[in-house]
Design a protein around this ligand. Structure first.
Ligand code: APR
Length: 256
């Protein structure tokens, strides 16, 4: 049985007791939580950045110099997300939020909107989302979703702004770009007041997102990591569960 490094039943007991006596919860998630939905991660052995160069396909300067190449890359990722579905990890968090609607929040680095499909309402998208569109010239933005994106856009063409005829960009944070300010300040605020932070499916390689656990530690929050592999910050965690998220999250959160 995959489990908590250390004493599984005892740790699970401890986590349940901590959840019972805690008020505010943050789920800080990364690509690993969507892997069992068929969405590749970035840095695992079969990760996207093992096959593709992020500087050529996911940076601001790449978008400016070769928008067609970047769009072909994002169209393929949008197609994959449209064909995917949320998994037990996403739904477990959605159910947990339902029991504590004001006090449970998701802060995600993911751009796939699978948390929302798993029933989560309180979702902060640190890196934007793959079905949002923004004009790099006039700033016009429009939100689509997995069920209507390809009714509005043709994969053979670069999307054009209906207002100023410039090129539209996926409303995601590319390398070299800043995080959306409102989302970031909300994420820091929630991390600074949470009692428990679940750190799920992230290698914690990318900043500033990977500083959020430190804001939680400053508030003496309990950190519970869920990841089949050791990460950059496993030593910082109070519990580090060596497991795949969809296999264990409903047990940790006591939701069925
Ligand atoms: N359940 C839980 N964790 C998993 C699973 C799983 N089934 N499968 C893999 N993981 C873990 C891996 O061990 C790894 O630690 O998920 C993590 C994925 O790490 P990354 O690929 O680095 O993804 P992430 O941390 O989300 O990347 C952060 O980097 O490329 C940018 O903008 C992109 O948001 C992304 C950011």
């Amino acid at each position: 049985m995959e489990g908590i490094h250390g004493d599984y039943p005892n740790d699970m007991d401890q986590i349940h007791k901590i959840i019972e006596k805690s008020e505010n919860f943050v789920f800080f998630t990364g690509a690993g939580i969507s892997r069992e939905s068929g969405i590749p991660t970035f840095r695992d052995k079969d990760g996207l950045w093992k096959k593709y160069d992020p500087a050529k396909l996911a940076s601001h300067s790449a978008f400016i110099s070769n928008p067609k190449l970047v769009w072909d890359f994002f169209y393929s990722r949008q197609r994959l997300v449209c064909q995917a579905d949320c998994n037990n990890a996403h739904t477990a968090i959605g159910k947990f939020e339902n029991t504590r609607p004001e006090r449970s929040h998701v802060i995600t680095q993911n751009i796939d909107r699978l948390h929302q499909r798993g029933g989560s309402q309180n979702v902060i998208e640190l890196h934007g989302n793959i079905f949002g569109m923004v004009c790099i010239a006039c700033g016009k933005s429009e939100q689509y979703d997995y069920f209507n994106f390809f009714d509005n856009f043709d994969e053979e063409k670069i999307p054009i702004c209906p207002v100023c005829n410039n090129i539209l960009k996926p409303d995601v944070v590319l390398f070299e770009e800043q995080l959306p300010q409102e989302a970031w300040s909300q994420a820091v605020r929630l991390s600074s007041v949470c009692d428990v932070m679940f750190v799920i499916g992230t290698s914690l390689n990318v900043s500033p997102a990977n500083t959020l656990p430190y804001h939680a530690v400053k508030n003496h929050a309990v950190l519970v990591e869920v990841n089949p592999n050791v990460t950059e910050m496993t030593a910082l965690m109070d519990f580090s569960i060596r497991a795949r998220a969809s296999k264990i999250l409903s047990k940790i959160l006591n939701v069925d």
